[in-house]
Design a protein. Sequence first.
Length: 93
Amino acid sequence: MDKIFKALADINRRKILTLLKNDDSNVSNIVKKLDIGQPTVSSHLAVLRKAGLVEVTVKSKERIYKLKREVFNSFIKQLNSFMSDEIIIRRIN
């Protein structure tokens, strides 16, 4: 959970996750959309990968990044465990 909090603490990593929410992408496309350097994007992606929030698939020389939704679902469940049952029930309704 600590790695996820660290990963989510940076605005550029949150922007990358937002981009990946809609479509898988390679580093070049992320660089173009965020207007930050390739080494910086690669560094952010490494943090996201270590936190388990994204996965990478290698296709020839290209790395395709994909959001790991099941990790987010698990993280949200863990966060909800800190809340009282009353608050969780109200949020669902």
